[in-house]
Structure formats: C-alpha cells, structure tokens
Design a protein around this ligand. Structure first.
Ligand SMILES: C[S@@+](CC[C@H](N)C(=O)[O-])C[C@H]1O[C@@H](n2cnc3c(N)ncnc32)[C@H](O)[C@@H]1O
Length: 410
C-alpha cells in the first residue's frame, strides 16, 4: 500500500470530532491548525505541555486527563496518534482502522492511514506539501519546499498573475526606515503586484530596482506641481493613475501616519471615490534608534518616549509642540526632522530645566549601509552637528537611554 502515492485532500473538520492522543510536542505543533479548522478536538492524555494546557484552559480543546482507552476513537472523523507509548499507539491505530477513522501516527508513518503535509498559507491560499510515498520521506525537504512557496507568495517573488485578486485602487504602504528587509510582508506583496509606484526619497529605495520593467516608478519629489501644492500634485497623480484602472502603490518611508501625511492622501482618495488600503510600516522613530543600539525605553531608565517633529523651531508660531512641558519629562525624546533646528531645540530644553549633560544621539540614514551615529549632549549638540556634518535624514534621541547601549555599538 505504501508504494502508491498518498491522495491529497482537504478535510473540512468544522464541528467534527477529532481525537488527539498524547499532549506532547507533536500535539502542540498540530493543534493550532486543527483549532483554526474549527474541529471539535478531544485530547486524551494524562499530561500536556504548558502550551497545550493553555489551549484547554482557553476552551479551544477538551482535555480528558487519562491514558488512551479502547473506544476513544469510535465516533471520530479524524485522529492524531502521538503518545510516547508505542504499544498504545498501535492499539489506537488498530481501533482507528476498525472504525474507518483516518489516522496520523507520529511514530510510524507506515502504519498511519493519513499523513500531515507541511502547510503554510498566504492571502487565503493554503499550501500543503506532501511526500508521495512513506519510504524516503524527508520532512525537512517538504518543509523547505513549503517555505519557498509561501515566502515567494508573501513577498511577491512568486506571482500568480491570472489568479491573484489584485487590490483595487491605491495602497498606501509604509516601507519602513530604509533597509529593504524591513518592509512588511503585505507591503512587499502589494509592491510586487503594482502597475505604478509613487515613492518618497525615504524608505526602501532598493526595492524599486527589483520591480519588473513594466512597472512605472514615479519619484514623488519630482512630480511637477504647477499651481498646486506639492502634496496636492501627489494626490492628483494617485487619483489619475487609479482611475486608469491601475494598481497603484504609494510607497512611503516608515509608517504612513507618522509625520507621513498618509491621512491627507487617504482623504483625497476617499473624496475621489478611490478605494484605498493602508499598510502600516516600521517607523524610523523606533527602529532607527534601535538599529544604532539605543532602546527608546529601558527598565529603570525611561518609562515613556515621546516622538516630536522638529521641523519648525520651538519659538516659531507654527509650532504645535509644548517644549517647556517636554523639558520636564524624565523619559526619552525622539525628534524627527530636527537636524536643522537642534541647536534651538537643545537651548529651549535646557532653558526649561533639562540638564545640559543630557545625552543626545543623532542617527543618520539609519538601517541603511550609510548608517552613522554621532553622540553629544544637549550642551554640545549644536556644535557637534556642524563639526561632524550631520545631515538629514536623522533621528535624534535625547535622554539617558542613549547611554544604555553605548558599549558595543558603532
Ligand atoms: C517626513 S518624516 C517621515 C517619518 C516616517 N513616516 C516614519 O514613520 O519613519 C521624515 C523624517 O523621518 C526620519 N527618518 C526617516 N527615515 C530615516 C532613516 N532611515 N534614518 C534616519 N532618520 C530617518 C528623519 O528624521 C526624517 O527627517
């Protein structure tokens, strides 16, 4: 029998009695998928791992705290036999056979009537990889094939163009701080499906080079805006391309809603009746300090962090930031777009009570090959920025956390 290939099938187990014998590592690995399938799961085992026990506590499975006894499989549709007792496993699989219950055996694939494929999923598709025959089964190989397919579907390097439901309209994608590996899986997939990409200067520019030649890549900074504001011109370009029925990705640095004008774009699209998906991104405000060895919080050092825009100086009437109050906080201040104004910012913080010795770090072009960290204090930062020629984009971190990871960082 084992010389014939297995017949692949998808079991619809919702509400159907499924018996799992043994509460160890095998059960722990298999149970989440059975729970996700909505199976009526009965675990028979005197013991269970803490994770399996938690599933029972949460009511996801019914746990019978005893060893297997004849009759446990009588009304089951499907069984997973995975106790550490080979003799009990053999008795249980004989019972499964007698009752015509499809059964997987963790200790003996030959004796099983069903095999569990290596599975993964991406956007509503389940990928299941099965070795054809019991002999020569190589679980690592099937898992590697599964990983390659699922990863390819997720990151868009494996595209199924005729069957894929493309996201209509515009996707505002947070691209992360710059390292191409720091975009989300969803963002990367949408990018791979796009006809048009309108990209900012910040963010994962390297990904644009990987796009196929038919994809139109537009530099947002270079869209001519004539009588419009630059942002209006970008909004119009998004609307125009989407109206042509194209899949448009607006690729933004970091997260679209952190000083990213994402909501303005979403509102303009909504007014034009264009569907819009927003994909969060890893914001530079947290990831860039982290990449330079600075935790924005640290136990016993900072219980809060505040992210501030420094694009206008503290005494500028357009500023919405209450700098005197920020000076009184004991936690971390993270300043974006603040390189030009850091001297005035530092002066204001000191004038309102912050110690001039407060550590400051400037992290330029974080997470990219050009990343650079420059350290200073509130007293010295203005001169340091000039002396070290620090240029935007940089994230400025002010507070004691700057000193926490200093040893061992660049
Ligand atoms: C217009 S804001 C956009 C922020 C973005 N939406 C985010 O969540 O990271 C641009 C500022 O973010 C910071 N920034 C973004 N990417 C950076 C990077 N890779 N390295 C350093 N700073 C970065 C700089 O302060 C830059 O001036």
């Amino acid at each position: 029998m084992a010389e014939h290939p297995a017949y692949p099938v998808g079991l619809r187990l919702t509400g159907r009695r499924t018996v799992v014998l043994g509460g160890g590592q095998v059960a722990q690995r298999r149970l989440p998928a059975l729970i996700a399938a909505g199976a009526d799961i009965h675990l028979v085992s005197p013991e269970a791992t803490p994770s399996v026990e938690a599933m029972a506590d949460a009511g996801e499975i019914t746990w019978h705290r005893r060893p297997y006894t004849e009759g446990d499989l009588a009304d089951a549709w499907y069984a997973l036999i995975a106790t550490s007792d080979t003799e009990a496993n053999t008795r249980a699989s004989a019972e499964a056979e007698a009752h015509r219950v499809w059964c997987v055996r963790s200790d003996d694939a030959d004796a099983a009537t069903a095999w569990t494929p290596a599975t993964g999923s991406s956007e509503g598709v389940t990928v299941a990889v099965l070795t054809s025959r019991a002999r020569g089964r190589d679980p690592r190989h099937t898992a590697a094939i599964r990983d390659a397919v699922v990863e390819g579907l997720r990151d868009g390097t494996l595209v199924a163009p005729h069957h894929r439901t493309r996201t209509p309209g515009v996707a505002l994608v947070g691209g992360g701080p710059g390292d191409p590996d720091l975009i989300t899986v969803r963002g990367r997939r949408l990018l791979a499906e796009a006809d048009v990409v309108i990209a900012d200067r910040l963010g994962p520019r390297d990904l644009l080079a990987e796009l196929p030649p038919h994809v139109e890549v537009i530099d947002a900074a270079k869209i001519p805006y004539g009588r419009f504001m630059a942002q209006e011109a970008i909004n119009n370009a998004l609307i125009e391309h989407a109206r042509q029925g194209k899949s448009v990705v607006r690729l933004k640095g970091g997260d679209p809603y952190v000083f990213g004008r994402g909501m303005e774009e979403l509102q303009a699209l909504a007014e034009a009746g264009i569907p819009c998906t927003v994909v969060p991104g890893i914001s530079s405000s947290i990831s860039v300090p982290g990449a330079a060895g600075i935790p924005v919080t640290h136990r016993g050092v900072a219980h809060e962090f505040t992210v501030v825009s420094g694009h206008v100086a503290p005494d500028d009437e357009r500023s919405l930031v209450d700098w005197p109050s920020l000076a009184k906080l004991t936690g971390t201040l993270v300043v974006l777009m603040g390189v030009d104004k850091i001297g005035r910012i530092a002066e204001t913080l000191v004038a309102h009570g912050k110690s001039p010795d407060t550590p400051v770090a400037l992290v330029q072009e974080g997470t990219t090959a050009a990343q650079r960290r420059v350290d200073a204090t509130l007293a010295t930062v203005a001169a340091t920025v000039v002396a070290q020629d620090v240029k935007p984009p940089a994230v400025i971190v002010i507070g004691e956390v700057v000193a926490v990871g200093r040893t061992g960082t660049a």
